[in-house]
Design a protein around this ligand. Structure first.
Ligand code: ADP
Length: 177
């Protein structure tokens, strides 16, 4: 069964990426739809090193990637220094910030901390290619898309686990997988 499985299909990015089917959905930021409080909640409720930024939850179009560390530092700095940044301030990763209604607090512009071209592959990419790309480009993470919609993420640690799993199963199969 093991041998048949190995030769009958190649492992694809969709088999390794997170979230798995049973996992909660990917934690993403929207480019203009969140408040400082929303983002702070996401930071405290998760431990991920980074978050993809999408146009909207509906579209799941990828805009960029933000490191948790940079997000935390920027919000803390803004809270301390910038006049008027409060829980209800809207966060913008967009190039332009629409004028805010007079009654609302000033917006927080965070496009500057976003990686505008995070590495992506499609869900059907063979894992041997993904592993190769991680090695050659020294990636920390790679985002997985299908028809331009963001589906998931593979981190360097996911890659290491995947490689170790194959090695455990059959050292020779590394050549094929
Ligand atoms: P590491 O893989 O080094 O532990 P993370 O803490 O960022 O890095 O990720 C932990 C796990 O969660 C990994 O399996 C990764 O694929 C997944 N993951 C990373 N970022 C997110 C995210 N924003 N939403 C959902 N899952 C994520």
């Amino acid at each position: 069964l093991e041998a048949k499985e190995e030769f009958s299909h190649k492992t694809l990015a969709m088999d390794v990426m997170r979230p798995r089917r049973s996992d909660p959905p990917l934690s993403v930021l929207t480019q203009d739809g969140m408040t400082v409080e929303d983002v702070e909640t996401m930071i405290t409720e998760t431990t991920y090193s980074g978050f993809p930024v999408v146009v909207s939850h509906e579209s799941q179009r990828l805009v960029g990637f933000v490191l948790r560390r940079d997000l935390t530092i920027s919000i803390d700095n803004a809270r301390q220094r910038q006049d008027g940044i409060v829980c209800t301030s809207r966060i913008f990763f967009t190039e332009y910030t629409p004028p805010q209604p007079p009654s609302s607090p000033p917006p927080l512009k965070l496009r500057g901390i976003m990686d505008l071209s995070p590495f992506t592959v499609t869900d059907h990419t063979a894992m041997d290619i993904v592993v190769d790309i991680f090695r050659k480009l020294g990636l920390r993470q790679c985002l997985i898309t299908h028809n331009g919609r963001l589906l998931g993420i593979i981190t360097k640690k996911d890659i290491l686990k995947h490689v170790a799993q194959i090695a455990n199963r059959d050292p020779d199969s590394i050549l094929f997988n």
